[in-house]
Write a protein that binds this ligand. Sequence first.
Ligand code: URA
Length: 237
Amino acid sequence: MRLDKFIADMQSETRSAVREYIKRGAVTVNGEVVKKPEYKVNELEDKICLMGKELCFQQFVYYMLHKPADVVTATKDARERTVMDLMREASGKNLFPVGRLDKDTEGLLLVTNDGALSHRLLSPKRHVEKTYYVECEGELSTDAVFRLEQGVDIGDDKLTLPAGVNEIKRLDGTYSLKLSITEGRFHQVKRMIQAVGGNVTYLKRISFGGLKLDETLSTGEWRLLRQEEIEQLMENK
Ligand code: URA
């Protein structure tokens, strides 16, 4: 790989900015100053330093974003603010959100450039679990809970797969619950609640594939995943 491309990828800098560093002598390869941007490096073996700091090759990066309402889950949009607009400062090339949350849904969104992991997590065959905290209008009968747990008709050709229903709290015509599902159908949670006579007023994803939302992140904030969190995600085989 060219030296300037390697540094641009690692630092999320433009190639022209990187060429300036290189020409100024700020870059060493295996301890020797290299002033040629086109110099070929072996990113797995060479020790490449920028201003004395080693740049470690990292092919893939993994972030969690606490998605706020009012932004769309897309990399680009002509009219709306996107989740990637919130992450302009994140380093890593070709980042994208894994899966989709509705514009008005908050919570855990994984952002990465690891296409293979994304594919695995979203594959309908793998039944990766997602848990949502849901606030609703309406009454939640014991029968409705049973139906959510068994599978409900949301107007598709098949019932939903059995869901986990936990931590139900009822209060004067409203209720909240935690709902765990293993599919990713369009507006699935809202349609499941509708199918049992309720109406979702607030929706937040709190876990995905074993990864839990870091509640110390305010909406709109993001951070790199820790090593153990990445390993947890990789267990979704
Ligand atoms: N189900 C929904 O209805 N909306 C979401 O954003 C996610 C799951």
